[in-house]
Ligand binder design. Structure first.
Ligand code: ATP
Ligand code: MN
Length: 304
């Protein structure tokens, strides 16, 4: 009888996922609960799905919310439902492999929330070909702690990408920084993409040495904006768009129109409490339609 029932259920019906302790407060200052987080991910999932579908997830787990410690977990947690899609990846050849959760279904996302996963972080390559990125990512970290500095830096990086005819997309990190993603066609491996990102960021930083830096040493960065290309290395991650961050006000890593990238923008204005009511259009709607051939840009960057 059970099988017959499952057969007649409409295919689009989301799998029911029970959230334990939904009243547990994760953000005490705002009173947001684990249940609020689950409802947010349920509602936003159509927007999040393209960035987690077929991608292995690094899990930011904060089982006690702002009141406790967080940890990153790569191995599929015990307690995920049977049948959760996974993918084994060996980071070093011959080394121990990790059995990652593969995203893409609402049931997986909500099961992760149930285990206290506040945000999912993603690699630039799909699980089918994890060493073949389909985006380049730049992580802009303002050492001043001022979002305004990250916004100014992001516009400098955009100009450099425009000069290479590369379409780029910006989002708040949810912290004080900005992430810039450039969608690419699968081709170059993570090492080549990282090489491109490193040399481009070094060039942009050299053009604005008072504002921008690629210094490895934190002390040497001073109050400048660090242009981090290393998120492009194989196995490295960035928080997925539309994820909530475990910070004051529960900010959402929010895709922006380039016209919104201004020093006056306050990234915490996009948060768990108001995000759905804002009914924002999707500034990244053309992200995957805009995949570009990186080879051409690599050649042009080398020539210039
Ligand atoms: P911020 O605006 O505060 O910089 P962020 O998400 O960019 O926010 P970063 O510290 O710059 O934070 O890290 C960039 C990305 O690197 C993160 O989004 C995350 O995916 C990954 N990351 C950072 N720290 C860790 C960690 N300890 N373990 C695993 N991944 C991490
Ligand atoms: Mn950052």
């Amino acid at each position: 009888m059970k099988a017959a029932k499952a057969h007649t259920a409409p295919r689009s019906e989301p799998a029911p996922v029970a959230i334990s302790h939904p009243d547990k407060v994760f953000w005490p200052d705002e009173g947001y609960t684990k249940g609020d987080l689950a409802e947010f991910y349920r509602a936003i999932f159509p927007r999040l799905a393209p960035y987690v579908k077929d991608r292995v997830l690094s899990l930011e787990r904060c089982p006690d919310g702002m009141r406790g410690e967080c940890f990153f977990q790569k191995e599929k947690p015990k307690g995920m439902p049977a049948g959760t899609p996974t993918k084994q990846i060996a980071h070093v050849s011959g080394g121990k492999s990790t059995n990652y959760v593969v995203g893409g279904s609402l049931a997986t996302q909500l099961s992760l929330v149930n285990l206290g996963c506040v945000a999912v972080h993603v690699m630039a390559g799909r699980s089918q070909a994890p060493r073949k990125p389909d985006w380049v990512c730049f992580d802009l970290d303002p050492e001043s702690g001022e979002f305004a500095d990250a916004a100014k830096a992001a516009l400098r990086v955009k100009d450099a990408l425009d000069d290479l005819d590369l379409v780029s997309f910006a989002k708040t990190s949810g912290g004080r920084g900005i992430h810039i993603w450039v969608p690419i066609r699968v081709g170059p491996d993570a090492g080549e993409v990282l090489g491109f990102a490193e040399s481009l960021m070094a060039r942009v930083a050299a053009a604005y040495p008072k504002e921008l830096t690629v210094e490895h040493s934190i002390a040497a960065r001073k109050d400048r904006v660090y242009l981090d290309p290393f998120r492009n290395g194989f196995g490295q991650t960035v928080v997925a768009p539309y994820c909530v961050r475990l910070r004051a006000r529960a900010p959402v890593s929010t895709p922006l129109e380039w016209s919104e990238v201004r020093p006056s923008l306050s990234p915490t204005d996009f948060n768990l409490g108001n995000f759905l009511q804002l009914k924002r259009p999707d500034p990244w709607r053309d992200f995957f339609k805009s995949r570009q051939t990186l080879g051409e840009a690599i050649k042009r960057a080398k020539a210039s």
